[in-house]
Write a protein that binds this ligand. Structure first.
Ligand SMILES: [Ca+2]
Ligand SMILES: [Ca+2]
Length: 273
């Protein structure tokens, strides 16, 4: 499918926080986000191929992505292109990105990526890894290492007895769950397990109190364990607490229920071990 920037926003809204989308954005020099003239999107586990008709070359280019979240890796084959291009991969922040086996530069800001000829930047609001590559007469293999599917934002979940807030920086999405501090408080998100097997549920949180907080974790209403959330020293520091459990393929509702201590909850990732 192709779309302008309005289409991009619609496509992002439809796929955001589900983790396995790969976009290829083709753009022209000198512009920012408005550079997008074509957008392609794929949502599938495993290998996906789709075509892009490059006007200047008068031929269809094939983009292939292989998503291996069990191996914490996404590989994208970027076809020969006469223009610069930027991949947009919905994922957690990579530990590294390589192009044809060579480590690419990680940029700290979108502006830095825009002014660079190549490199990558992870957008914490949209949870997109943006990988910029120069024009090339040959295909390029881009590999994202150390990635999970993009997290489900707690602030978009079903909240009982809690509120949302933005008064501590460093969160993903549009904020975090606040007021998660008394008996009866709970947060649940609808997630998707793409395979049946062992999964690691990752809860990104802050705990500015001195003692460890706890939450009971349920999947589809069944308790699967108790999550321990040690102090992060202050409310501006974020950490990740994990719980390993078996999930079966399909929609799985993950719920965190108050046990002891107050926390701010940012997001929940459904990852493979
Ligand atoms: Ca509350
Ligand atoms: Ca969040």
């Amino acid at each position: 499918m192709s779309a302008g920037t309005g289409g991009l926003r619609s496509a992002l809204a439809a796929t955001l926080y589900r983790g396995s989308a790969v976009f290829l954005a083709i753009y022209v020099a000198g512009s920012a986000i408005s550079f997008l003239v074509h957008l392609f999107m794929a949502r599938a586990l495993g290998a996906t191929s789709y075509g892009y008709f490059e006007d200047s070359a008068n031929q269809t280019r094939t983009i292939t992505s292989t998503e291996n979240f069990a191996g914490h890796q996404v590989t994208v084959s970027v076809p020969p292109l006469s223009t610069k291009s930027t991949l947009q991969v919905a994922s957690s922040k990579p530990t590294s990105v390589t192009k044809d086996g060579v480590t690419m530069t990680a940029h700290a800001t979108l502006a830095a990526l825009q002014s660079a000829s190549e490199g990558w930047y992870w957008d914490p609001v949209q949870q997109l890894t943006l990988v910029k590559t120069a024009s090339s007469a040959a295909a390029r293999s881009v590999v994202l290492n150390g990635v999970d599917k993009a997290a489900y934002e707690a602030e978009f979940g079903t909240n009982t007895g809690t509120t949302t807030n933005t008064d501590h920086a460093g969160y993903t999405g549009t904020g975090f769950v606040d007021g998660f501090e008394t008996s009866g408080d709970a947060v649940s998100v609808d997630t998707q397990a793409d395979v049946t097997g062992s999964h690691v549920l990752k809860f990104r949180y802050s705990n500015g109190a001195a003692t460890t907080a706890t939450r009971t974790i349920q999947v589809d209403g069944v308790t699967v364990g108790t999550l321990n959330l040690p102090t992060t020293g202050n409310w501006d520091t974020w950490s990740t607490a994990t719980l390993t459990t078996t999930l079966t393929t399909g929609k799985r509702t993950v719920k965190a229920i108050y046990g002891t201590g107050g926390i701010n909850l940012d997001n929940i990732t459904v990852a493979r071990p």
